[in-house]
Design a protein around this ligand. Structure first.
Ligand code: MG
Length: 379
């Protein structure tokens, strides 16, 4: 089997209602998707996390390395892509270009061999995972606490047993929001907070101290990803587990988080950090230190399914007969592309999502929808 064609698509969807978080506002969803074709008619789909236009341009650089290669040999292909980008982007968005290609190659491999990606990765430790709803962003409402409480309640009504909300507005407002959400959802639903690195160490410690009473599952990206020592110090100042990693790339970046004892839970984005091939290596690194891994997931059903297979294959560390629930991030903010690009529809039953047993990632991409949202095609 040989790769014959690589196409990237930059998909765009204007939001009906813009929302914001601690760093900037969203008024559009813009996502880079890659389609890789082979000489036997099998195609695979991948997706990059981050600025879609740059990821798309990055993939264009990689195309000459891919044409004619056997997609089954994705580790050697991965290494060539890494060497081609290393001199200019040891970390960052070109890793997302590599990731998109790598996910597509795993999809091809699964489809060609008629096996789910998680089985090809070495097997399924579990057949279902617990989604947590990501939402509860900020908006211009003058009754934001009430609005967040209502949104949180709607997730519980949909069957979610875990929810993540944004903090990083201001410490005073964050405390009000967390209190309102916790009171709205009761004590049986897990609640996590995410600052997207809005705070200094002193501020993060203060917020953690003030919200500890609301039984917080984890505090995500409390401080800048540049300050590894602040992560480490914050862990000594709060009982809330500290998480991070969505701004980190490749095993070399994650090694920094691990070596510096920065986090209780690593959050690898498969479509940004180097693809499934590299995420599996990062999971191995994390396992040597007994650190949990819950991927960061953002984007379409392609990214979501890549994460489903990855989590199915994640080795439980430590192992035990009655394994705890494994979580997957499930973005619930407005995204017309996510809702219509892939089939079958993602279904939650009794608070869990089943790992697909279909070949490859287990999805079909609706190419009419792809072209409907597409802003450009690079071949
Ligand atoms: Mg986050």
């Amino acid at each position: 089997m040989k790769i014959t064609k690589v196409e990237t698509f930059v998909l765009s969807n204007e939001l009906k209602e813009s929302f914001f978080f601690s760093q900037w506002a969203y008024s559009e969803r813009r996502i880079c998707v890659v389609k890789i074709s082979t000489d036997i008619g099998v195609v695979g789909w991948g997706e990059g996390y981050g600025p879609a236009d740059v990821i798309s341009a990055g993939i264009k650089i990689l195309v000459p390395l891919l044409i004619g290669k056997n997609p089954i040999e994705q580790e050697t292909i991965w290494h060539e892509m890494y060497r081609r980008t290393l001199d200019y982007a040891r970390r960052g968005v070109l890793a997302a270009s590599i990731s998109a290609v790598d996910v597509a190659l795993w999809d091809i491999k699964g489809r060609a061999l008629n096996l789910p990606v998680s089985v090809l990765m070495g097997g399924q430790h579990r057949t279902k995972v617990m989604p947590y709803a990501t939402g509860l962003y900020f908006s211009q409402s003058n009754k934001l606490s009430e609005k967040l409480a209502e949104e949180a309640k709607s997730y519980v009504e949909q069957g979610f047993r875990a929810i993540k909300m944004k903090v990083g507005y201001s410490i005073k407002e964050d405390i009000k929001h967390v209190k309102a959400v916790r009171e709205a959802i009761g004590n049986d639903v897990k609640l996590m907070v995410d600052a997207n690195h809005a705070y200094s160490l002193r501020e993060a410690a203060e917020l953690a101290r003030q919200i500890e009473t609301y039984n917080i599952g984890w505090f995500e990206e409390p401080v800048s990803p540049e300050f590894y020592h602040h992560y480490k110090e914050l862990r000594t100042k709060t009982a809330i587990p500290i998480t991070g990693g969505e701004c980190e790339y490749l095993r070399y970046g994650f090694q920094q988080l691990l070596a510096n004892d920065c986090v209780d839970i690593l959050q690898v984005d498969i479509c940004g950090a180097g693809g499934l091939t590299e995420a599996k290596r990062i999971a191995t690194l994390a396992s040597t230190r007994g650190i949990e891994l819950i991927p960061h997931v953002w984007g379409t059903g392609i990214a979501f399914h890549a994460a489903l297979h990855f989590i199915a294959n994640l080795e439980p560390v430590p192992g035990r007969l009655l394994s705890p629930d494994f979580y997957i991030e499930y973005d619930r903010t407005e995204n017309g592309i996510r809702e219509s690009l892939t089939a079958p529809e993602i279904k939650m039953e009794n608070g869990f999502i089943e790992i697909p047993q279909r070949p490859g990632l287990g999805i079909e991409v609706n190419e009419d929808v792809l072209h409907q949202y597409s802003t450009e095609i690079l071949v």
